[in-house]
Design a binder for this molecule. Structure first.
Ligand SMILES: [Zn+2]
Length: 152
């Protein structure tokens, strides 16, 4: 494998613990001066690339972006559209992390690019996490076409 290939494909998938650790690192970059709610996400692509994201708030509120969508948009903007799983962590300023499932907008974005068996992990720490399927969290996603016709 050339150096160039190693940037686009990793042979070994990170463990759930590694994903959660990456999500916590991303949460430290959260820009959350209004909610004080820090969220981090670590998105794993089908070719084992990791894309992290944090929430980015704005004084006008509407332009704010969630950690999950930050991670997805980073990946998609780099040509990646096939994903395995995402780990999400969140905590208020100095509080302990809590379980935090994605908002409806983020679930809809996930449904655009992920199959129903896409795994959503919400974690309090590396050893304390819950795992859901995207279809558990958003069983009736909006779509212009039937899922069967455009998803593998
Ligand atoms: Zn969201």
């Amino acid at each position: 494998m050339s150096d160039k290939d190693s940037l686009t494909h990793n042979t070994f998938a990170p463990s759930n613990k590694e994903l959660i650790r990456a999500a916590f690192a991303a949460a430290q970059c959260a820009y959350a001066p209004y909610s004080h709610f820090h969220v981090g996400a670590a998105l794993l692509s089908a070719n084992n690339r990791l894309f992290t994201g944090c929430n980015i708030e704005n004084a006008a509120f509407s332009p704010s972006n969630c950690a999950e969508r930050t991670a997805f948009f980073k990946a998609i903007s780099e040509g990646i559209q096939d994903f395995k799983k995402i780990a999400i962590v969140c905590y208020h300023d100095h509080d302990k992390p809590e379980f935090c499932t994605p908002c409806g907008v983020c679930l809809q974005v996930m449904s655009e690019f992920c199959r129903e068996d896409f795994e959503v992990i919400v974690a309090k720490d590396e050893n304390t996490y819950q795992s859901y399927l995207l279809s558990d969290l958003l069983p009736h996603a909006f779509s212009f076409t039937k899922k069967e016709s455009n998803k593998a």
